[in-house]
Design a protein. Structure first.
Length: 306
């Protein structure tokens, strides 16, 4: 008879945490995904290694490398967890319905995708859509996502480019015409205004918000009155709508707000960005009609005039 200690599996929670740590090769990022502290994640991995009886990571200064045992366990965990997620999704879905999981940036979700989704759901009854917003590049297969719309350098080769991006300052109409306020008719006037931007986070790959545009406008050394920074682009636009300052509009994400005159462009002309939005479909999901329908609809929406 096989020894029971050999047959006994480690706690599932430890294996899920290990899969995240092995995928990110970072206890800090895995901890954020699992909603625990970095020290708690480290303790969980020590406990798992003790349970198994061998190291799973080689810990270097500010870096992690999987051991041979870690590589084998990660491959197995990723496969099994993906199968579990797919099965649970099927079980949880109401009879005759299908749930599609989409991951994208907070800005694209709130400003472009969510306002359009009712058109898709009305045309496709029985298909439900779950949206995940994150600046991290999710692993579609292991994390159970069918589609991603990713914000990447324009020369990236993964997936299909939905649309390129152009940058143009935007603000509320009230800020532009505020009586007694500083003028806002040429780029140099920004020195008397508050600039709104995303906080640059280490390792996120996010570009600095204003640098490229200010250089192109010939005011690269401009010092604004003040700067307000936010965690996501949707928060930046919310602040702009509230008249708190001038944001760098990412077109076409802000085009609907410009068309409704909720935002205005104080200066003419836009600067091409070095980034674009790409549609990526998880390999195993490509054969599912519902996934193909959503992907096709997103491409059509991207091609329509805003």
């Amino acid at each position: 008879m096989q020894n029971r200690s050999v047959q006994r599996l480690p706690p599932l929670d430890l294996l899920v945490s290990f899969e995240a740590a092995a995928r990110h090769l970072s206890f800090t990022r895995a901890a954020a995904e699992r909603h625990v502290t970095q020290s708690a994640m480290s303790r969980q991995m020590r406990a798992l290694e003790t349970e198994i009886g061998m190291p799973l990571f080689t810990r270097a200064h500010r870096s992690l490398v999987l051991t041979d045992a870690g590589l084998r366990l990660h491959a197995s965990c990723a496969t099994v967890l993906m199968q579990l997620r797919q099965t649970l999704q099927q079980i949880r879905a109401p009879l005759g319905r299908e749930v599609l999981s989409v991951t994208t940036t907070p800005g694209l979700a709130s400003l472009w995708l969510i306002p359009r989704l009712p058109v898709f759901t009305r045309a496709h009854p029985g298909i439900d859509v779950r949206i995940d917003t994150s600046l991290d590049l999710r692993d579609l297969a292991s994390e159970g996502f069918d589609i991603a719309v990713r914000y990447l350098p324009s020369n990236h080769s993964e997936g299909k480019q939905l649309f390129a991006e152009a940058l143009q300052p935007v603000c509320s109409p009230a800020l532009q015409r505020r009586k007694g306020g500083p003028p806002l008719v040429q780029p140099a006037d920004l020195q008397a205004h508050t600039l709104l931007q995303i906080t640059a986070t280490p390792g996120s790959g996010m570009p600095l918000e204003w640098g490229t545009w200010l250089q192109a406008a010939g005011v690269g050394q401009l010092q604004a009155l003040s700067v307000l920074s936010f965690n996501s682009y949707s928060e930046v636009i919310t602040a702009a709508l509230a008249g708190q300052g001038v944001a760098l509009g990412r077109r076409p994400l802000v085009d609907a707000l410009l068309r409704k005159r909720q935002l205005v462009t104080p200066f003419s002309g836009a600067t091409s960005s070095r980034r674009a939005y790409f549609l990526v479909v998880e390999a195993a999901a490509k054969g599912r009609p519902a996934v193909a329908a959503l992907a096709r609809w997103m491409v059509q929406q991207a091609q329509e005039p805003t």
